[in-house]
Design a protein around this ligand. Structure first.
Ligand SMILES: O=C(O)CCC(=O)C(=O)O
Length: 328
């Protein structure tokens, strides 16, 4: 297998094929300082930074994931009770995904400013970058994936700057439910309609995008080693399939970022009544690079850690993520 790094004019290198034996798709990098990162991201809507987190960091985050899963009640809403007697494996199997883990974990909050991640973000977003959301996927064997979607439909920036940084805490493979993306699907800048998918054998409770002009032949799997980070555009169509491995987990920490120049009209009207949409600005943010032109607004503490429904217990109202003086 060839050892040399890619030409900077190319969008891929060979590390991918070194472990899965497949033709490398566009977009795998080993250095955040590779100048080809930005053009590759612009072209494909995603890129992979390999080895961004070393084995010790990944192990620490795995341990932290287990610690969070042991939490019950007030700190982690939607979690069940009586987890203390469960084995680690049985415990983790209770969870699909924890939203906003950085609200209850100093270690996870620290990862938001990982230098390699921030280096890439400033190349693909701009000098001023803020974070507003995190998710910790556990996804045990047998757990569902998430149907086609675009993250900007859920986290609407005003300048299309949303980027997900998906940090693999286990090797992510087709078998255990890695991400799948449609390269280039971010380019039209269109948010496609969404609907209930009705396919709870495969997917969790989140709605699916539909009516877009791509088919399954356009999608590619983004298999990555633990410690790699997948950066993907908020308009990129992506999904994940169920974890079909016989055992184990497909853990990942996903943090979302955007340009600090854009306001974020993310919330329902609670707490924002009387404001035009264009004036609404979710300020539960952490600046990770540069300057915040809206620093004069201050920051808020609105979001709360909570568990995502996986669909096995039904898909009722999942809108429980906001701390507010008024009920969401
Ligand atoms: O990791 C997954 O299974 C889905 C993640 C995803 O779609 C997202 O972070 O937007």
């Amino acid at each position: 297998m060839p050892e040399e790094k890619s030409e900077t004019t190319e969008c891929y290198h060979t590390a991918f094929s070194s472990w899965v034996g497949a033709t490398p798709p566009d977009g795998y990098f080993q250095s955040s300082q590779d100048d080809a990162c930005a053009s590759c991201y612009e072209k494909n809507g995603f890129l992979v930074l390999e080895d961004a987190f070393d084995a010790n960091s990944v192990a620490a985050l795995q341990t932290e994931a287990t610690r969070l899963c042991r939490m019950e009640g007030a700190e982690l809403s939607g979690a069940g009770q009586n987890y203390s007697k469960l084995s680690e494996e049985a415990l983790l199997a209770q969870f699909l995904c924890i939203h906003f883990p950085h609200k209850i974990s100093a270690l996870i909050k620290d990862q938001l400013t990982n230098p390699c991640v921030v280096d890439i973000l400033t190349r693909i977003i701009g000098p001023n970058v803020k974070c507003m959301q995190s998710m910790l996927f556990i996804k045990a064997a047998g757990k569902p994936g998430q149907a086609w979607h675009q993250d900007e439909l859920f986290i609407p920036t005003r300048d299309r700057s949303l980027v997900g940084a998906w940090i693999a805490l286990d090797d992510a493979t087709v078998e255990n439910g890695c991400l799948w993306v449609i390269p280039g699907s971010h380019k039209p800048g269109i948010l496609w309609p969404n609907r209930d998918h009705g396919n709870f054998e495969q997917f969790d409770c989140a709605k699916e995008s539909f009516s877009f002009p791509y088919s399954e032949t356009d999608e590619i799997p983004v298999e990555v080693k633990a410690g790699s980070v997948v950066f993907f555009n908020g308009y990129l169509l992506h999904r994940s399939l169920p974890n079909r491995a016989p055992e184990g987990f497909r853990r990942s920490l996903v943090n979302h970022y955007m340009s600090a120049e854009s306001t974020l009209p993310w919330l329902k009207n609670d707490g924002y009544e009387g404001n035009w949409l264009a004036q609404q600005d979710f300020r539960d943010i952490i600046l990770v690079a540069g300057e915040d032109p809206y620093a004069w607004k201050g920051v808020e503490d609105r979001s709360r850690a909570h568990c995502r429904k996986s669909g096995e217990g039904g898909c009722g109202d999942a809108s429980q993520n906001l701390k507010s003086t008024q009920k969401p």
